[in-house]
Ligand binder design. Sequence first.
Ligand code: PHB
Length: 421
Amino acid sequence: MSHRVLVSALLRVAFATVALALAGAACGKKADESRPAPAPGSGSGSAAAPATPEKTTIKIGMVASFSGPFADVGKQLHGGIKAYLKQYGDTVAGKKVEILVRDTTGPAAEVAKRLAQELVVQDKVDFLVGFGLTPEALAAAPVATESKTPMVIMNAATSIITTKSPYIVRFSLTLPQVSAPLGDWAAKNGIKKIATMVADYGPGHDAEAAFTKAFTAGGGEVIDAIRTPLANPDFSSFIQRVKDKKPDALFVFVPAGQQSIASMKAFDERGLAKAGIKLIATGDMLDDHGLATIGDAALGVITTHHYSVAHDSPENKAFLQAYRDANGAEAGTPNFMSVGAYDGMAAIYDVVKKLDGKIDPDKAMELFKHMAFTSPRGPISIDPETRDIVQTVYLRKVEKVNGELRSVEIQQFPNLKDPGK
Ligand code: PHB
């Protein structure tokens, strides 16, 4: 392709994107909710909307990665949504709930943004949900702002995400929230020299900063800070580097899924535990879904996180049952992402009920901001100042419970806001 042809192609894409955004802003989505969405490719629908009966559905557009290296993220999030629908039904305030699922194949920021735009402009969704990966949540944030669509973050965990749009609310976690208590605990529990290893993007940088701040404030010393590439990291070379430096312990954040399994395998194969190097991590590395695959190498490892399937409460029992009923035994054990999605759905249902099925985005955000309920993870609420989650973080240890590996909660840090803001 010549330079001229390439430039003109790029310009066409840019114009199409702007046109889509303007259509979103101008089409009066919120005032025009009762109009059925045009079929894809059926034109812009410029004729005046006829008076139609009140809208009968609540449309929820889900954007997440369902294929590629982060396919587990989409599956976990969708599994949590399905569990909620199984338990509470697919009707709320007399309206049928419709979930429109879109795969980013990510991490793919631009695809996530385009899918969010299409869901808003063409499908006229009332809520955007999903967002397992930080780059995708950040890319979609302007779409929420421009179209005034409440955007419920069900996993993405970099601190700044909620600052990127007044229409964002988060029901998952932030990495500083779970990393700071672990830094504090490590300094108080005989670990003097540590190496850190984090995925080299937003949540990893947040984890590294919050852990290091708390650990050094407690008198600890970080002797090596490793950042691993987000795409195809070779953990064994990094883990060997840690072994050679002989710290007392290694702190890890990697995104849950393939990377947690691969990093734990490298730690095991390189014999760090035998060399006397302890492993401590955020719960992403030893997430409940991956634990069975990781196996006994995880026994005894200390992590901090906001959810464990071992959490003993009626709400968690009901969630686990609904998850199994909705997804089948073959889906395996749900993890924290499924819970973030399940809670996000609970919040949406509450908002829809309180608005009697008529979704006004600003009223919806006010309701989200004052939300508080008991989740399968324990008590949660939303900080009205930041629209971010406030919750208990747990210190956990991997043990065998009835023959299965579980992160058993041994200490609580209640009512934690995101210390990253
Ligand atoms: C993120 O991209 O924000 C993310 C992904 C996976 C995790 C945590 C955070 O386990």
